[in-house]
Design a protein around this ligand. Structure first.
Ligand code: BGC
Length: 374
């Protein structure tokens, strides 16, 4: 398959500019969020739209720290898992709560890949595989912030040639916007000076009842995907694109997350629930990937993306040891993630859409989380 989301620099610039004027009403303020162990002060930015939706985002890991949206009666709740203070993100980096993920989101099998005839060995931080960019991924970096005139927050990170053993100086620029159409919009762009691979995503865990308010099994999910990528015991795709039809992976019509999650299905057992990449039906244009309805609160979230896949992860590895906001224990399946992405292990799967970025090209992708009520 051909690369889906790499465009020439000019096209990407036009796209970025065209999205700027729409959201002039978003308010952006900032304050200190604490110091890293190296003594660097992280900032936290509050984006507020005209309807009172509020996103708080820090330049440490580009983490979405909180996201407040109304229920059907207008009552606001914070719908993302996270910590009250920076220290929580530093002491518990591994569940990647709310963070930007890079250089390569999700897994690379056997923690190695070959590019232009050179083998690159990565840190094996998930069994024998590499997960979410290695030991010190983009989720643990201080990004350079810039407040945009339209109320957007731009975050830039230069990942040096050889960092986590990836080739090329990679400049990643992520822009968060909270639009007056009640969307959290994320634009990703990247350039490199050597051939490299990349897969950027955001790892927010949602609970549309409100973070810490129990499990997410009653949420109704629709995924715009007829196929998914089944995995082996290390959660590495086998390479097959399998039809969801007739399996517990069929979310082409709304289904409760919990309705089939305990079924005796080999793939569900491997993931301890849903932890798989769905092959989205949408093309290169921004298309609907997922719709989630939480019946008790009436909160609805739609996800749109230009990416070819989405990792639907149901918080299977949360086990209550992490104490999140207000000291609440985050137990198994207390949050779900919809990580828009290229497919896991693409650098070792020539038939998957390519994740190779070359000098002179600009990577660009967009993901929108849109909030409404039912
Ligand atoms: C992975 C899970 C992993 C989680 C947090 C997800 O993207 O697919 O297997 O446990 O991230 O680390």
């Amino acid at each position: 398959m051909e690369a889906l989301s790499f465009r020439k620099p000019l096209a990407a610039t036009v796209l970025l500019l065209s999205s700027i004027n729409m959201n002039a009403a978003t308010k952006l303020t900032s304050t200190d969020f604490g110091k890293t162990p190296d003594g660097v002060t992280a900032r936290i930015y509050t984006l507020t739209n005209k309807n009172g939706l509020e996103a708080r985002i820090t330049n440490y890991g580009g983490v979405v720290v909180s996201l407040k949206t109304p229920d059907r009666n207008g009552a606001m709740a914070d719908i993302v898992l996270g910590f009250d203070a920076l220290a929580g993100y530093i002491s518990s980096p591994s569940p990647y709560l709310g963070a930007l993920i890079g250089r390569y989101g999700n897994r690379i099998g056997h923690a190695r890949f070959t590019l232009d005839g050179v083998e690159y060995k990565l840190a094996a931080n998930n069994g024998e595989n590499s997960l979410h960019g290695g030991t010190h991924g983009f989720n643990q970096k201080i990004w350079t912030p810039r407040e945009l005139p339209d109320g957007g927050l731009e975050l830039t990170y230069l990942s040096k040639d050889g960092e986590e053993n990836y080739p090329g100086n990679l400049k990643a620029v992520v822009v968060y916007r909270l639009t007056d159409a009640d969307e959290l919009k994320i634009d990703y762009a990247a350039t490199t000076d050597k051939d490299t691979v990349l897969n950027l995503t955001n790892h927010s865990y949602f609970n549309l009842k409100g973070e810490g308010q129990g499990d997410i099994l009653g949420h109704l999910v629709t995924l715009n995907a007829n196929r998914y990528t089944p995995v082996d015991a290390g959660l590495i795709p086998t390479g097959e694109l399998r039809a969801v039809n007739g399996t517990p992976f069929d979310f082409t019509k709304p289904a409760a997350i919990g309705a089939r999650i305990e079924q005796n299905d080999e793939q569900l057992k491997l993931g301890k629930g849903y932890d798989h990449n769905w092959v989205l039906n949408g093309g290169k244009a921004l298309s609907l990937a997922a719709r989630v309805v939480e019946p008790s609160s009436g909160r609805v979230m739609e996800v749109y993306t230009t990416e070819p896949g989405v990792q639907f992860y149901t918080g299977n590895f949360l086990d209550g040891t992490i104490k999140g906001k207000g000291g609440k224990a985050y137990r198994q399946r207390y949050g779900f993630c919809l990580e828009t992405q290229h497919f896991p292990d693409s650098p070792n799967k020539p038939k998957f859409p390519s994740t190779v970025l070359k000098p002179g090209r600009q990577f660009h992708s967009t993901t929108v989380f849109k909030f409404s009520k039912s």
